[in-house]
Design a protein around this ligand. Structure first.
Ligand code: FMN
Length: 329
């Protein structure tokens, strides 16, 4: 060993990784370079399936990641109710055929895919935002849970329970390994999550603001400058809450919906193509884009590997420093 430290947990053991640090699935962001950099550093990088236009493109993206690292890499499959759903089963098949052994599911119950996944030796991490869904995920047979608190970027659910309660409440109710996410960006967050009963952490916003993240530098700079106050919760009245960056568009969406508007009245504002312009062109007010309150703790744009390494080193320091406060009496 090179003088560093590893924090071994049930999660690292189950998934064959060195550090209990996961880069969560991120639409438009979870591509080969980022996922491979996280995995190469000993964490678990995750390629977002639906960022790829077709299942064949997903297979090609996995192949690209494979050329960058031979460590475990996961694929995220986010199953959301839409009028014309993507061919989820074909994306699952592409991941299996590409040799993927770790799948992160989110959005809906993964049960319909579990038999197929298990038959091919794929282990499943199900991400959810409530204890009851974590309990159900364990019951249907997933291998691990990722519990996403109210602080998180993207969809925090409708219960509004922050990690300080959600994480230990989950620890009390399930027996399979679980990781904590939402509001974690550094080793203090990892140490806290471990103390609260989690077996590791999942970070989104932190990795969005890394050198390998394929978004415009203007987005990364905005995250560095922004505080924990600079997010909006949109779609509250539609029971489909999403936490996004505060900008002209998200504030307008909140205003329209608060005044009784329906989805049709904001559809154009929240169109995915507008959000992509933010990420691709750095036009920060072009559309909505996901980021969490944890941006208040993000002050730089390091490499993804450095994020993994320093998160673990800092967690170790926090745990040591705090335990040195334990004095015999
Ligand atoms: C830009 C962005 C896109 C995201 N897209 C997805 C997604 O497609 N599917 C998903 O399950 N989670 C998605 N998430 C959520 C993250 O995987 C993770 O759960 C969340 O960011 C954790 O909260 P944090 O940002 O406070 O770390 C996204 C997050 C960000 C920042």
């Amino acid at each position: 060993m090179g003088g560093g430290v590893v924090i071994r947990t049930r999660f690292t053991e189950t998934f064959g990784i060195t550090h209990p640090v996961v880069q969560g699935g991120m639409m438009w962001v979870g591509r080969a370079e980022l996922a491979a950099a996280v995995s190469e550093a000993g964490g678990l990088g995750i390629i977002t399936a639906l960022t790829q236009p077709t299942p064949a493109d997903l297979a090609a993206e996995i192949e690209r990641a494979r050329r960058l690292t031979d460590r475990p890499i996961g694929v995220n499959l986010t199953i959301l109710p839409t009028i014309s759903p993507p061919p989820y089963a074909e994306y699952v098949r592409a991941a299996i055929d590409s040799g993927i052994t770790i799948l992160e599911t989110a959005g809906a119950n993964p049960e319909p895919y579990l038999d197929l996944l298990k038959a091919h030796g794929v282990r499943v991490i199900h991400k959810c935002t409530s204890v009851r869904h974590a309990v159900k995920a364990e019951r249907v047979g997933v291998d691990a849970v990722s519990i996403d608190g109210f602080e998180c970027a993207g969809h925090p659910g409708e219960d509004d329970i922050g990690g300080l309660v959600l994480i230990p409440a989950t620890a009390d109710r399930i027996t399979i390994p679980f990781i904590a996410s939402g509001g974690i960006a550094d080793g203090r967050g990892l140490a806290a999550a471990l103390a609260l009963g989690a077996d590791g952490v999942n970070m989104g916003s932190r990795f969005l603001c890394s050198t390998e993240s394929p978004v415009s530098d203007a987005v990364k700079q905005r995250i560095v400058e922004a505080s924990e106050l600079d997010t909006e919760l949109i779609f509250r009245t539609l029971n489909n809450t999403a936490r996004v960056a505060s900008n002209e568009v998200s504030r307008e969406v909140v205003r329209i919906l608060d005044e009784g508007g329906d989805f049709a009245s904001v559809r154009d504002l929240v169109a995915g193509a507008r959000g992509r312009r933010v990420f691709d062109d750095g036009d920060l007010d072009a559309g909505i884009w996901s980021v969490g309150v944890v941006q208040g703790l993000i002050h730089d744009v390091p490499s993804a590997g450095d994020i993994v390494r320093r998160t673990v080193a800092e967690a170790e320091e926090v745990l040591r420093r705090r335990s040195s406060a334990l004095l015999p009496v």
